[in-house]
Design a protein around this ligand. Structure first.
Ligand code: MG
Length: 256
């Protein structure tokens, strides 16, 4: 009898140790511009969002621009296939085909599809030509997130501090992460943001920032980490999220 209780206690302890260990390697995988480096996909395509979901990634990042006539579209480059996202009309932008044959997506299409999926939506609003346009764009994004009922499944990221502050006012309960590398965790805490989302070399050059952020209750995301050594480095650093073009490799590393 005693022996079986002893065995039970040992098994429970082992389960707890295992659980602790997997919590140590608990980084969340974010597909940068969706999962695009795979057949049939393209950066910031609807297919990339669906594929990020299908591999069980935590999040799928995408970029939002506002056209000259105030429509919201999903794309990374300011000038893409010769068309400037900010100074062209929606009709001009919409005529673009992505490399996988899809029409360049609208934010409406992206959110409608995202609503059907489990993957978290990591929405980057691009920096626009002036603050008024940024404020208008942020307000439109906030309205659409509410309209599609995906607010609680969306995190916001932006390089523009103006955009981050606009979102903080519009969506006080939404997690907002600043991308532009130049604010300390302490400063970000005072502004009420959820954390930092910085380029990998910035975090390597400021090795104390991850722990400092955690002590302040902030989260740390790092971009865009693709090679095995760098992925392993940030797994070991204990950042919360890793944004990558190589989500399958990251998932494989996290399983070990
Ligand atoms: Mg982006």
């Amino acid at each position: 009898m005693k022996k079986s209780i002893y065995k039970l206690v040992v098994s429970l302890l082992l389960i707890m140790v295992n659980a602790q260990w997997s919590m140590v390697n608990a980084q969340k995988v974010i597909c940068h511009r969706g999962f695009w480096d795979t057949p049939g996909s393209a950066q910031n395509s609807i297919a990339a969002l669906v594929k990020a979901d299908s591999i069980g990634a935590f999040g799928s990042e995408f970029d939002v621009w506002m056209t000259a006539d105030g429509e919201l579209v999903v794309n990374h480059d300011k000038v893409y296939k010769g068309v400037n996202m900010e100074t062209s009309t929606f009709e001009q932008v919409r005529a673009i085909r992505l490399d996988n044959g899809e029409k360049l997506p609208t934010l409406d299409e992206y959110l409608a599809k995202g609503k059907e999926l489990k993957v978290r939506l990591i929405l980057e609003m691009k920096s626009l030509s002036d603050f008024n346009r940024e404020d208008e764009c942020a307000a439109k994004i906030a309205r659409k997130l509410k309209h599609y009922g995906v607010l609680d499944r969306t995190d916001i990221i932006a390089f523009s501090i103006n955009a981050c502050l606009a979102f903080k006012k519009l969506l006080p309960d939404t997690k907002i992460y600043y991308l532009d590398n130049d604010y300390t965790p302490k400063k970000l805490k005072t502004l009420g943001f959820a954390g930092l989302d910085y380029e990998q070399n910035v975090l390597k050059n400021n090795p104390e920032w991850t722990q400092e952020a955690h002590k302040l209750g902030l989260e740390v995301n790092v971009w865009t980490v693709n090679d095995v050594d760098a992925l392993q480095f940030f797994i070991d650093e204990g950042v919360d999220y890793i944004t990558t073009n190589n989500p399958l490799k990251l998932q494989q590393l996290l399983e070990h």
